[in-house]
Design a protein around this ligand. Structure first.
Ligand SMILES: [Zn+2]
Length: 300
């Protein structure tokens, strides 16, 4: 099944009408830049997504249109408080962008070294670092760490500027990070740090070692610890990378529930559930900042 965009033989949908009207007023390249400026990839111009199944019940109002991948895959950076969050909650999103031809970077603000009740932090931190490096390699991405202690990630200007510098170094188009509605203080801090770091990274007048870089889109990940007020607005088809991502996550000692939570069962079945809602075999659900969803239209 495809979205309404595929049924171009019939009367024009509102969106097709707007695009036709826009085409008549702008050259194609101008129009492309215009749409990209509002967060719509080049592929949104006229192509319906392949492989999207309908997830709508009879009589239910239409939801958003399915879009094929952008023809210019975007580089992405996942910024998390702990390596497990980076790879389990954000890893499939990064893996998909890499699969599509983009660059992927994982940045963990700590090693998550206090996550085991049996293994001392110094040793567990090493295991976490090794697992992250193996998982990143398996996904064709890079991983870096900041120096903060697990459970003690500071909400400071120093931390915000450190993340700003990392963003300026890797220059991602997209960042995925924690949603603020978390019980975990490190996750809450990460949300605040990343939001301000994105702002700092894009400020040309803020002099750092590297020049300013503007991040095009920010997304919040679907994380079992950040569930309060998490409202997905984007379903990403991760079917092509699901197996590879699950195998990469298995590098972590805690993946199979060794520390008390069955990450493999949770995130594996979450991908199935989100896939049902999104119309794909496997999907991750993402949430956008409210202002990113603003649409500017001249008719509905
Ligand atoms: Zn965490």
């Amino acid at each position: 099944m495809t979205s309404r965009l595929a049924c171009a033989a019939g009367p024009l949908t509102g969106r097709e009408w707007r695009e036709k009207e826009m085409s008549e007023r702008m050259g194609d390249s101008t129009r492309r830049r215009f749409l990209e400026g509002f967060g719509l990839g080049a592929a949104a111009l006229s192509v319906a997504a392949e492989g999207a199944q309908t997830s709508r019940m009879p009589g239910q109002p239409l939801s958003g249109e399915a879009q094929a991948p952008a023809s210019n895959p975007s580089s992405i950076m996942a910024i998390a408080a702990h390596p497990g969050d980076a790879f389990f909650a954000m890893g499939a999103t990064v893996a998909l962008q890499v699969h599509l031809g983009g660059q992927g970077v994982f940045l963990s603000l700590s090693l998550g070294e206090k996550g085991s009740a049996r293994i001392a932090p110094a040793q567990y931190g090493l295991l976490q670092r090794e697992a992250s490096e193996r998982a990143a390699h398996a996904l064709g991405a890079r991983v870096e760490f900041l120096k903060y202690l697990d459970g003690e990630i500071p909400l400071t200007e120093e931390a915000k500027l450190a993340v700003c510098d990392s963003i300026r170094k890797h220059r991602p188009s997209i960042i995925v990070t924690h949603w603020r509605g978390s019980w975990h203080k490190d996750h809450q801090a990460c949300y605040r740090i990343v939001n301000d770091a994105v702002f700092y990274a894009g400020l040309p007048a803020l002099a750092r070692e590297r020049p300013a870089h503007e991040v095009r889109k920010l997304f919040f990940a679907d994380n079992w610890e950040d569930a309060e007020g998490f409202t997905p607005d984007t379903y990403l088809d991760i079917s092509p990378v699901f197996d590879k991502w699950m195998e990469a996550c298995a590098a972590f000692p805690m993946w199979r529930g060794e520390n008390g939570f069955r990450y493999n069962d949770y995130y594996g079945s979450l991908a199935v559930g989100r896939g049902c809602l999104g119309g794909y075999k496997y999907a991750v659900a993402l949430m956008s900042p409210a202002e990113q969803l603003t649409r500017r239209v001249q008719g509905l």
